[in-house]
Design a protein around this ligand. Structure first.
Ligand code: UFG
Length: 342
């Protein structure tokens, strides 16, 4: 029998891709998700890709009793990957208490259960948002963290601190935080991908919905930044590449390859693309014309960030491999599949 991994938020965007990679690497998976921002059919589609149906339980990890009950019934969990969280930056500004309560309570319930039920390996989905706008680029893991721009971002920074402090007094617990840059794209099978509810906030879903004719045009938020073409720069990483980093992190923990019991890594490509470069790469990769207009800046956006990935590359033996064109094409294929476009 393979090792059993609990994937919280396993029907979500990054979670579902990670479940696929874990299963394909020989791990058994149990998903816990309350389906607040995802659909149960994702489990069917994971099974279609891998030939294996992950176990699935639907409940809210912010509920302490239900979480303890889950661990008391599942005593054979070897590691946890914790994705389940609210993630809309703008919404978090409007509903700070909901964000702090949901994201931090679920985390603390899980950590408490690790201690009480002897689960020693934990991988957390953090974000490059903890760096804010860094003074020096690219950012390394020792780049100082900056105050978060939103309650959502702050939940990631606080969560890292909670995990660090938990690991300090629980030497048997081994924890890794992965600081994601901008995850985009979809599985090459087009069976799983990103499914934003309502109007997308993020660039690539907005681009693919515009290309599909659901949105009239893309609004490019500002072209007066201090970048070569004036539009902001991000490090866009393919979601399958990103998911593979979790498999490597789990292997590192389970096989005691970690150097300390709280580690954190930048998970990006090391390449920065501006919004306009991404728009042009999308048109080139797909052959679809994308209507866009330049509008004013979006509040809270930083100017530029991309990762120095050498620590993750060297320590984890992991590297992002897929090109931006291949990644954007996978996002477009997924959008077409969802919309029934040939
Ligand atoms: N953008 C547009 N038009 C749009 C949407 C986005 O021009 O319709 C621009 C943004 O202004 C930004 C870039 O595209 O310059 C990327 O924006 P996203 O919303 O796709 O991504 P962000 O970098 O703002 O946010 C992402 C994650 C957050 C995380 C943050 C950390 O979505 O969860 O990175 O930096 F907190």
């Amino acid at each position: 029998m393979g090792k059993l991994i609990l994937v919280t938020g396993g029907t979500g965007f990054i979670g579902s891709h990670t479940v696929v990679e874990l299963q394909q690497a020989g791990f058994d998976v149990v998903i816990v998700d309350n389906l607040s921002n995802s659909k149960k059919e994702v489990v069917d589609n994971i099974e279609k890709i891998t030939g294996v149906r992950p176990k699935f339980e639907c409940f809210d990890l912010a509920n302490r009793e239900l979480t303890r009950d889950f661990f008391s019934r599942n005593k054979n969990i070897d590691a946890i990957i914790h994705f389940a969280a609210f993630k809309a930056v703008g919404e978090s500004v409007q509903k700070p208490l909901e964000y702090y309560r949901n994201n931090l309570t679920a985390l603390m319930n899980l950590l408490e259960c690790m201690k009480d039920f002897n689960v020693n390996n934990f991988v957390f989905s953090s974000s490059c948002t903890v760096y804010g706008q860094p003074e020096k680029l690219p950012v390394t893991e020792s780049t100082p963290r900056r105050p978060a721009e939103s309650p959502y971002g702050n939940t990631k920074a606080i969560a890292e601190d909670i995990i660090r402090d938990f690991a300090f007094v629980n030497p048997q617990a081994k924890c890794i935080a992965l600081r994601y840059f901008n995850p985009i794209g979809a599985h090459p099978s087009s069976l799983i991908g990103e499914s934003p509810v309502g109007v997308p906030n993020n660039l690539v879903p907005y681009i693919t919905q515009t290309a599909a004719g659901i949105r009239k045009e893309l609004s490019v938020f500002g072209n007066d930044y201090n970048t070569p073409d004036g539009t902001p720069i991000r490090d866009y990483i393919n979601v399958v590449d990103l998911s593979k980093a979790h498999v490597v992190a789990i292997d590192r923990l389970i096989n005691d390859k970690n150097k300390s019991n709280y580690e954190y890594f930048n998970i990006g490509t090391g390449n920065g693309y501006s919004v306009m470069e991404l728009v042009n790469a999308f048109m080139k990769a797909t052959g679809v014309n994308l209507p866009y207009k330049i509008v004013g800046r979006r509040a809270g956006d930083i100017e530029k960030i991309w990762a120095d990935t050498s620590y993750a590359n060297n320590e984890l033996g992991w590297k992002a491999e897929k090109s931006i064109e291949e990644t954007l094409l996978s996002a477009w294929n997924w959008e077409k599949k969802c919309r029934g476009i040939k």
